[in-house]
Design a protein. Structure first.
Lengths: 259, 195
């Protein structure tokens, strides 16, 4: 664990530095993906969505953390505004970021679906780098395990959840790249991204020892994960799934924007 | 150009949706965090060993540390109260994760004779004070600047938690992060005992 980096008189958190680096790299990759897929117009639009999306992510991440630590945040609402990088939660950040980006696109009449596709390609490397930061700080630590690849952390041999998260992000990135080579309606890549993120939350969250809980011990992140999977499946049904099967033409909306 | 990526009828897709909802919900229910087995401390109180040690059924090793205001706090002065000695640091994620739960237990049981001594390992007063203030933690934080108390309590793992009963005997030791039910269960049992 190397939670702090000493640069002269400053103690900087390694996780925070990596997150900053990850956001810079991620937005660069997003703009490159936008240029490749939609030229200068889309690049310009994509770069102007980054800030509202990041603001949405910060608000969503803190709200999620605060609402699920309600006995502390409920009595001290100022905590919602505290300037700290930790105490943000990824499911909330993802939902908030999507909402922030979407609202801005609607407001500015940007090409929402195409921007979302580019964002999906930029987000996954961002997450992979940010999760290396988790490994340095020991955040998002796992439950105890007897598996041979367990890591010694906080008094037990634990699942290296942070490494699982990095691998999940890299595998999802590879999957999106393969998918991106095939013709598909705009928005398909982002739907696939949400589907993979949902699966990640659903499947990896049970290995974490620091889950935020809903009543009955239900892990909040898993509920968000299942929700994302379902939203992605519903979107894919409307836009990608063939309506060609006999007798199913009615109400079937064909994908409007082939690439 | 018409795109046909997934050749599957909508009714099949709807079945897939329903199956995902069902299997996903069952998986969430199966992997939920179950309440820990109820904390069962040995009761009535066992014969107590007399050598102080940071182990169950030993008298808690005494210490005096300065709090954030520079006032010395001595553990043995708290005899008659149930005390949680929590050895922690601000850079330790599981310590941070359990702080809201410790605060909740402190707020709930303080008037019944429960207190917390949050022994901070080797950090300076401004760092700790800022953390306590930012997180609205109201229990006493003590500064173990040279790590002597941490060593004495064999706190090789952060966080380490020691529950001390009204007679000053260590009754439960948890190394690593605690669940909410572990804190409240232990405190309730120790508060219920006769002094």
């Amino acid at each position: 664990m190397y939670p702090l980096v000493r640069i002269g008189p400053f103690n900087l958190s390694s996780g925070g530095l990596l997150l900053l680096l990850a956001i810079i790299i991620g937005s660069t990759l997003m703009e490159r993906a936008a240029r490749r897929r939609g030229g200068a117009t889309l690049t310009d639009q994509a770069s102007r969505v980054t800030l509202p999306a990041v603001i949405g992510a910060v608000i969503g991440g803190r709200l999620w953390y605060g609402l699920l630590n309600w006995d502390l945040y409920g009595t001290n609402p100022q905590l919602f505004l505290a300037l700290r990088l930790v105490d943000l939660a990824w499911p909330g950040a993802l939902l908030g970021g999507v909402l922030g980006g979407w609202l801005w696109c609607r407001l500015r009449r940007f090409d929402t679906a195409a921007i979302a596709d580019a964002a999906a390609l930029g987000l996954l490397p961002t997450q992979a780098i940010a999760c290396i930061g988790l490994l340095l700080s020991g955040e998002a630590f796992g439950i105890p395990t007897t598996l041979p690849w367990g890591v010694a952390l906080f008094g037990a041999t634990r699942h290296p959840t942070q490494i699982y998260l990095v691998l999940a992000a890299l595998l999802s990135f590879a999957a999106l790249h393969l998918l991106g080579r095939r013709p598909a309606p705009a928005g398909t890549l982002f739907a696939a991204y949400l589907l993979l993120q949902g699966l990640m939350l659903l499947l990896l969250e049970p290995l974490r020892a620091d889950s935020l809980l809903l009543p009955y011990g239900v892990r909040a992140a898993q509920v968000a994960g299942l929700g994302l999977v379902l939203v992605a499946l519903v979107w894919l049904r409307a836009h990608v799934v063939s309506a060609e099967a006999p007798g199913e033409q009615t109400g079937g909306r064909l994908s409007e924007s082939g690439v | 150009m018409k795109v046909q990526m997934l050749v599957m009828s909508r009714s099949r897709w709807n079945m897939l949706l329903a199956a995902t909802l069902l299997v996903g919900s069952l998986f969430i229910a199966a992997t939920r965090v179950r309440p820990e087995a109820t904390v069962a401390l040995a009761s009535p109180r066992p014969a107590v060993v007399t050598t102080p040690a940071p182990q169950e059924n030993h008298p808690a090793p005494d210490f005096t540390l300065l709090d954030l205001a520079g006032v010395p706090v001595r553990l043995s002065d708290l005899r008659g109260q149930v005390v949680l000695v929590n050895v922690w640091a601000t850079w330790c994620p599981p310590c941070r994760a359990e702080m809201p739960m410790i605060q909740a237990a402190y707020a709930q049981y303080r008037t019944q004779g429960f207190t917390v001594l949050a022994v901070n390992l080797r950090e300076d007063a401004p760092t700790v004070a800022r953390y306590m203030e930012q997180n609205r933690l109201t229990f006493p934080a003590l500064l173990d600047r040279d790590g002597a108390v941490g060593d004495h309590y064999q706190a090789r793992v952060l966080p380490s938690s020691f529950f001390i009963d009204k007679a000053g005997v260590v009754r439960a030791v948890y190394r690593g992060p605690m669940a909410r039910s572990m804190i409240t269960g232990t405190v309730e049992q120790l508060l219920a005992e006769e002094p």
